[in-house]
Design a protein around this ligand. Structure first.
Ligand code: PLP
Length: 403
């Protein structure tokens, strides 16, 4: 196994294709896929040293695997963190954070508009283990500060949110966390390191659903946690190896190759989303567009500062209508009139996807909870892919023009 030594100071786009290329004796150019559960040892003495971690080398894939290691090192380089550990899914990454950074009696502050399973995991499942979570406004840093208690150990944020693209100010939350001696964890699945590198704003832990933009082609599930060696490798990696939350080598290989085109995809999809959002704002049957790249977004300025001047790949819009029933019928009509966009809840794919959040991802909330979250019956979410923009516009026009 020969690991090439890269020159220092390379740009993220270069690291995305060159970091952690470990070549075998065959000199393959594309990264090899080590689809093996265990590794053969030379003799008993060297096996003993490897199992005791006194000598580098692979023993068993739950402990370490070269393909998984390459994915971890490449993602860490792109996020600008010391290291990363890969997990089977995005939720496994969040579970790993919860089970290692928290213990019974600890308190967490989290946004009330995060990914549904994250809210359930922190708010309900972790409560059985004596961890209490307070949910606060996504956008109001003062509310996060006001929720701090002596036992607050972690702030958990996700920015921008699904589906309304509300942001939180990572730097402000990092200051609140650190003044209290707590950690700030940021779910970066929606933005990806191409738009935003939370470590640069003070986040201690960055979690990913690799299922979304990192794979980017809707093929596999994957997750990761990025941060310091002391916390992520030593504490979380040790738990992960014992707990078996590992990413499979096959999925690691798929996502590793996905990272190579991440910057191209995210920049193109974000540019298309901006054009689509601006165009939708001018349509008479569209009541409102939610997109951080638009000047009309309440946090446009923060978005430009925090997200490398880009709005991201996801937008949402409200169709016009008077009553909740009419809004729902109009939104269903627009979604059901598409022939190109896929009606599916996944996002961050090169294929444009379209959903009606109030009846799917947020369908289990009560009408009051949805109202409080701003997710009306007329709301439609679009995750913009790589199709020609005019074809996507025509697909939406079919329903909008016939309302
Ligand atoms: C999808 C998603 C997750 C969960 O990831 P899985 O890979 O589906 O387990 C977590 N956070 C965000 C923001 C997501 O979009």
């Amino acid at each position: 196994m020969s690991e090439s030594t890269l020159p220092a100071g390379l740009h993220p786009d270069t690291l995305a294709v060159r970091q952690a290329v470990e070549r075998s004796q065959w000199g393959e150019h594309s990264e090899a896929l080590y689809l093996t559960s265990s590794f053969v040892q030379d003799d008993c003495a060297s096996a003993a040293r490897r199992f005791a971690m006194e000598e580098p080398g692979y023993t068993y894939t739950r402990t370490a695997n070269p393909t998984v290691n390459s994915f971890e090192q490449r993602l860490a380089a792109m996020e600008g963190t010391e290291c990363a550990v890969a997990t089977s899914t995005g939720m496994a990454a969040i579970l790993l954070v919860a089970l290692t950074a928290l213990k019974a009696g600890d308190h967490v502050i989290a946004s009330q508009s995060m990914f549904g399973s994250t809210m359930k995991l922190l708010g309900t499942e972790m409560a059985r283990f004596g961890v209490e979570t307070t949910f606060v406004s996504q956008t109001d840093a003062a509310a996060w500060q006001a929720a701090v208690r002596p036992n607050t150990r972690m702030l958990f944020a996700e920015t921008p949110t699904n589906p309304l693209t509300d942001l939180c100010d990572i730097q402000a939350l990092a200051d609140i966390a650190h003044n209290q001696g707590a950690l700030l964890a940021v779910d970066n699945s929606f933005a990806s390191p191409v738009l935003q590198r939370p470590a640069e704003f003070g986040a201690d832990l960055i979690v990913h659903s690799g299922t979304k933009l990192l794979d980017g082609q809707g093929r596999v599930m994957a997750g990761a946690v990025c941060g310091t060696v002391a916390l992520v490798d030593k504490v979380m990696g040790t738990f992960l190896r014992s707990g078996g939350l590992n990413l499979s080598p096959f999925n690691a290989w798929v996502v590793l190759k996905g990272l190579e085109t991440l910057a191209l995809r995210v920049k193109a999809e974000s540019a298309a989303a901006l054009a689509l959002a601006g165009w939708l704002e001018g349509h008479p049957k569209v009541a409102r567009v939610h997109y951080p790249g638009l000047a009309s977004h309440p946090q446009h300025e923060l978005a430009m500062r925090q997200q490398s001047g880009m709005g991201g790949t996801v937008l949402a819009f409200d169709v016009a209508g008077a009553t909740p029933e009419q809004l729902r019928a109009n939104a269903f009509h627009v979604v059901d009139s598409t022939r190109l966009c896929s009606i599916t809840a996944n996002l961050g794919d090169v294929k444009t996807t379209i959903t009606h959040p109030a009846s799917t991802s947020h369908g289990r909330l009560s009408e009051e909870q949805r109202q409080a979250a701003g997710i009306g019956q007329g709301l439609i979410r679009v995750s913009v892919g790589l199709e020609h923009l005019q074809d996507v516009k025509n697909d939406l026009l079919r329903g909008l023009d016939s309302l």
